[in-house]
Design a protein around this ligand. Structure first.
Ligand code: FES
Ligand code: FES
Length: 170
């Protein structure tokens, strides 16, 4: 196959049906950003290291720079825009602000996507466990302490209220 060859894919992105012809070698994050204008998913390393490109595919987080757009054919994709609009992480986002868990913000969408994965599991986690869970998402600004604070605060509040999602609790 040449680089220019294209395939048509059909998928759901943030609840919307999308049908598009894409280059067979285009990465999912490039497709989301370039074709759909969903620039909340960032590109850092492009090698699966930093986690800036984290998105949710069929309920699980993946690195958008390690997955081809054609591999998402038939999938349900959620980006940070979708997660924000649904209200699923409204409390987590609020706690990020309250705890100063972001500075430049470059890592933040990916960090929120990964933290949302931990929180939606609805299980208690220690600070160490939170750190380990987030360890695939790099942040060059915060030193991680405030991020762990924000995630821990959100998780504890959710467990206290016996809910798995902010939108569920509404
Ligand atoms: S840009 Fe995908 S992991 Fe860094
Ligand atoms: S807030 Fe700048 S990289 Fe995390």
């Amino acid at each position: 196959m040449s680089h220019e060859e294209e395939l048509t894919i059909s998928l759901t992105v943030n609840g919307e049906n999308v049908r598009c012809s894409v280059p067979v070698r285009q990465h999912l994050v490039d497709f989301l950003r370039g074709e759909l204008g969903l620039t909340g998913s960032h590109i850092g390393c492009e090698h699966g290291i930093c986690g800036a490109c984290t998105v949710r595919v069929d309920g699980a987080i993946v690195r958008g720079c390690l997955m081809l757009a054609v591999q998402a054919d038939g999938a349900e994709v959620t980006t940070i825009e979708g997660l924000t609009e649904s209200g699923e992480i409204a409390d987590l986002q609020e706690n990020f602000v309250t705890r100063n868990a972001l500075q430049c913000g470059y890592c933040t969408p990916g960090m929120l996507m990964t933290a949302a994965e931990l929180i939606k599991a609805g299980k208690p986690a220690t600070r160490d466990e939170i750190r380990i869970f987030l360890s695939g998402n790099f942040c060059r600004c915060t030193g991680y302490h405030a991020i762990v604070d924000a995630v821990e605060t959100t998780l504890k509040a959710r467990l206290q209220h016996g809910c798995k999602g902010a939108s569920d609790a509404a």
